[in-house]
Write a protein that binds this ligand. Structure first.
Ligand code: NDP
Length: 257
């Protein structure tokens, strides 16, 4: 697998914590000799810290570029590829991981601002990032080459009470991903979706507007996955032989079945 990843340039959105952070480290560990990682999120200090940790763990074989990027800001997304140093421009893999849930509320009590934030990040942000990077993939031979790995959610398949907006955003990710795969059928561009179940990250802290005690209560009495569990699946999918597409994968802890 390391050989297949060697020389690749990989973008991870939402790399400042949780699944994105684990994914960055897992790519670096799997292919430590010759890899370029572009780590994006809004918290640039956290990205710089992760870049330093990767350097300490695997050395200089992995070049890491931290980039401050808000996926919900079209100016950030449009400026992303043009702003990259030349040696990072030939992107091979985009992991569309940035996403969030805000609030637990039922209609008509859902905050309009939360609706906007979730759709602008989870859906529009993911689509805009895809559109920014696809032209790089499409100009390659055989109709194009590259991987887009979208992080959906079990919530996109099984909506739950109090989470209608988040569930709707992840269902939208699913539809977009499936349609895109069909649109690119004649190419070598792989469109992959990985849907996590319960994973212990900062996700629930964000959901409860920073209230850590409410976030901790979510995981009481169960054993959630870790970011590393999902990262291993993401890197496995990217490391397959070019003709193999791990198209659609649900990964959840055993108690959640
Ligand atoms: P975290 O809260 O730990 O990570 C979310 C990441 O997204 C952070 O790095 C955050 O960075 C980034 N992010 C949020 N908003 C934006 C934005 N507007 N622009 C750029 N980056 C943004 O949660 P997870 O690691 O758990 O979440 C990762 C993905 O996994 C999400 O898409 C989530 O929906 C999905 N998921 C999570 C599950 C779970 O149980 N944890 C279950 C199913 C799916 P920053 O704040 O620095 O911008």
């Amino acid at each position: 697998m390391a050989k297949r990843l060697e020389g690749k340039t990989i973008v991870v959105t939402g790399a400042s914590s949780g699944i994105g952070k684990s994914t960055a480290k897992e790519f670096a560990r799997t292919s430590p000799k010759n890899l370029k990682l572009i780590l994006t999120a809004r918290r640039i200090d956290a990205l710089k810290q992760i870049a330093a940790e990767i350097k300490e763990e695997v050395g200089d074989g992995v070049k890491v570029l931290p980039v401050k990027l808000d996926v919900s800001n079209p100016a950030d997304v449009n400026g992303f590829v043009p702003s990259l140093p030349e040696e990072f421009k030939e992107i091979d893999v985009l992991v569309n991981n940035a996403g969030l849930v805000k609030g637990v509320a039922q209609a008509p009590g859902i905050e309009p601002e939360d609706i906007n934030v979730m759709f602008n990040t989870n859906v529009t942000g993911l689509i805009n990032m895809t559109q920014a990077i696809l032209p790089i993939f499409k100009k390659r031979d055989e109709g194009g080459r590259g991987d887009i790995i979208n992080i959906g959610s079990i919530a996109g398949r099984e909506p739950y009470s109090g989470g209608s907006i988040y569930c709707a955003t992840k269902a939208a990710v699913r539809s977009f991903t499936d349609a895109l795969r069909k649109e690119l059928i004649a190419s070598r561009i792989r469109i992959i979706e990985i849907d996590p179940g319960q994973v212990e990250t900062e996700f629930s802290v964000v959901r409860f507007y920073g209230d850590k005690s409410k976030a901790d209560a979510v995981y009481k009495g169960c054993e959630p996955l870790t970011g590393d569990d999902i990262a291993e699946v993401i890197v496995f999918a990217a490391g397959r032989r070019e003709n193999v597409v791990i198209a659609d994968t649900l990964v959840f802890p055993s108690h959640q079945a």
